[in-house]
Design a protein around this ligand. Structure first.
Ligand code: ADP
Length: 609
């Protein structure tokens, strides 16, 4: 229940939707009921023409009865055509009135639908926005690969289901009951007796539909999960399209997709089977119950208790009663389905970020002195990765991390912007624990140039800015110049306004790197974290990238993860990380003299080149 009310909150403000919707529905109900009651005079006139023409010279007194409408019609005709109107005139008048009523009824229905649709879209937008806001604030560690697909499918697919909670609630409370009341009013005003009999039949239909709906819900949940898996695969394979093609793995990935798609389709088929069964079955049941009424009501006609026109109208109205009844049952089903999806969605929204600011967190206004790792131990879940790591980076110096892959270099660099917190020990900036600062104030001093240069499907300018709206275009251009990117940017079709495509696919590896360097230059951070690219660049781009990196590093405090040892020989300190420990540290000359691991790594790389 709690979930339900929380979901409902996404539809706020309700006043904007509920009141106009309610007004439209009331008018729709009135005209819709009137439309059916028009059958009585129309049929009457066919079988009993003389009974209809009854000159009425004074306006009849209002009453909710067919006699009143009959008198009103005659009075209207008398006013328009005078006393001498014929049966044909009545027929024309009835037709005109019916057309007007149908038009009004449908106009109001149209507006009601439109309001509901607006509410639906509004809710969806609210939920998606809020989900994205919450998720993007979660710590880096939350976004493991298997979670990514799940997150995407929650924000895209589950939300679609959650919205039904709100739209169906509107239907259940503001629409269908009134239509039901309208039809029942018509039924009762024709024959109270017969209606008692009818009421006994309806619950049977409702129960049956309820059963089908419950089965549907179970399959729907399975369907959503299966859809999530498919989205994951799509994300993985499209994101790594080059690897897929390069390894000639299209067959493999196709097979995987086929399997998932097949399973999803099977579930959808079984859902459709039940869904489609609901309508013919309930119609069958409806008509079956109609035949009971036919026998019962037929006897009433024979006994003179009921007129033929009334009875036909009664049957017409009765055939409509099942629709709102069915809609209510359906709506309860959808609400339940929405709650199930809502639980998945809310669970994700409720995940508390583990990396948060303390209430009395201080702001890092200026980086003055050192970054220090003091006996840091770290584990990904239960995988021990760093063990007793201690070192310092004095302000203005460049410290390089080297060592075999998987040793823990990236993990060390992730601890500085506080993507993760150490399990034991502390990371300190200017002697104060990182956890005592406001996270954003720390990150504001940092620039990160990652190995995977992350570019967005946007213009070059926006990719360099990355949310920095205060910089002028000149500053953006200057940053591009420093990063050796200006020339190639100007050669693209629209210069800084060129869109670089999904993940920067339209650029070369070196160009992408220089763009992400320009991004860091524009930010002008005190502290720079640099994960050197492993991918081999051609000599010319390598030179350009190296050049731009040296301009970037100048005068900054930096931590460089080095893959090519040649580039970091001039670092102030080189730290060799192996199996989560610091094996050696010192300058290039000191480490070479030691003839330890670093020496061996250098020799190995020279052999390779
Ligand atoms: P390096 O940068 O030296 O190659 P990393 O810091 O990336 O090393 O990784 C150190 C170890 O931690 C590796 O064994 C790697 O498999 C593991 N690891 C890295 N990231 C994660 C993660 N998000 N979850 C679990 N294990 C991880």
């Amino acid at each position: 229940m709690n979930t339900y009310f929380r979901i409902l909150r996404f539809g706020r403000p309700y006043g904007r939707y509920a009141i106009p919707y309610f007004v439209c529905i009331i008018f729709h109900t009135i005209f819709n009921t009137l439309m059916f009651s028009m059958l009585i005079p129309i049929i009457d006139i066919m079988f009993n023409a003389d009974g209809m023409v009854e000159t009425v010279t004074t306006a009849p007194e209002f009453a909710l009865s067919s006699d009143y409408f009959k008198a009103l019609l005659n009075y209207g005709l008398y006013r328009v055509a005078g006393a001498g109107y014929s049966v044909k005139d009545i027929l024309v008048a009835l037709a005109v009135v019916t057309v007007i009523i149908v038009l009004l009824s449908n106009t109001f229905r149209y507006f009601a639908q439109r309001i509901l649709e607006n509410l639906r879209i509004h809710t969806l937008q609210q939920i998606r926005d809020e989900m994205f806001d919450r998720v993007i604030r979660l710590q880096v560690g939350y976004f493991s690969n298997e979670r990514k697909g799940d997150i995407i499918s929650k924000i895209t697919a589950d939300v679609q289901v959650v919205q039904f909670c709100i739209t169906s609630t509107f239907q259940v409370f503001f629409k269908e009951p009134f239509l039901l009341i309208g039809y029942f009013w018509l039924l009762i005003s024709i024959s109270f007796h017969l209606t008692l009999f009818t009421i006994a039949v309806l619950p049977v239909i409702a129960l049956f539909i309820g059963y089908i709906v419950k089965r549907l819900r179970r399959s729907a949940t399975e369907g959503q999960e299966s859809f999530g898996e498919m989205v994951s695969l799509l994300d993985e394979s499209l994101g790594a399209i080059k690897t897929v093609k390069g390894y000639n793995a299209t067959g493999y990935i196709e097979q995987k997709f086929r399997n998932l798609d097949g399973r999803y389709s099977d579930i959808m088929r079984s859902i459709a089977k039940r869904q489609q069964l609901a309508s013919p079955m309930s119609e069958f049941l409806g008509v079956a119950s109609l035949s009971f009424i036919l026998v019962y009501g037929g006897n009433m006609i024979l006994g003179g208790e009921l007129g033929a026109a009334e009875f036909i109208t009664y049957l017409g109205a009765f055939s409509q009663v099942t629709r709102p009844a069915r809609a209510i049952a359906d709506a309860f089903g959808s609400i339940n389905q929405g709650i199930a999806a809502g639980e998945r969605v809310l669970e994700m929204m409720d995940t508390p970020p583990t990396i948060t600011d303390k209430p009395e967190a201080r702001t890092l206004t200026e980086f003055r002195d050192t970054i220090e790792f003091r006996h840091v131990r770290f584990a990904y879940e239960d995988k021990q990765v760093l063990n007793d790591v201690s070192f310092t980076i004095p302000k203005g110096q460049t410290v390089a991390l080297v060592g075999p892959s998987g040793g823990g270099k990236s993990t060390i660099s992730d601890l500085i912007p506080r993507f993760y917190d150490p399990a034991e020990g502390t990371v300190l900036i200017d002697g104060i624990d990182l956890r005592d600062y406001a996270v954003e104030s720390v990150r504001a001093h940092m620039g990160i140039v990652a190995q995977e240069t992350i570019l967005f499907n946007d213009t070059i300018e926006e990719n360099i800015r990355m949310g920095n709206n205060t910089a002028t275009l000149e500053e953006v251009m200057e940053a591009a110049r420093v990063a050796n990117a200006y020339d190639f940017i100007m050669e693209t079709e629209n210069g800084f306004q060129t869109n670089i495509g999904d993940r920067g696919m339209k650029l070369s590896g070196g160009q992408r790197q220089r763009l992400s360097i320009a991004r860091a230059v524009l930010r002008n951070p005190d502290i720079l974290i640099l994960d050197e690219a492993t991918s081999a660049l051609d000599t010319e781009s390598e030179r350009l990238v190296q050049e731009s990196l040296s301009s970037l590093l100048k005068g900054r405090t930096s931590l460089v993860i080095a893959h090519r040892l040649s580039t970091i020989q001039h670092a102030d300190k080189i730290i060799v990380v192996e199996s989560g420990r610091i094996a050696e540290q010192g300058t290039h000359a000191e480490l070479m003299a030691r003839e330890g691991i670093y020496h061996k790594l250098i020799e190995m790389q020279q052999l390779a080149e």
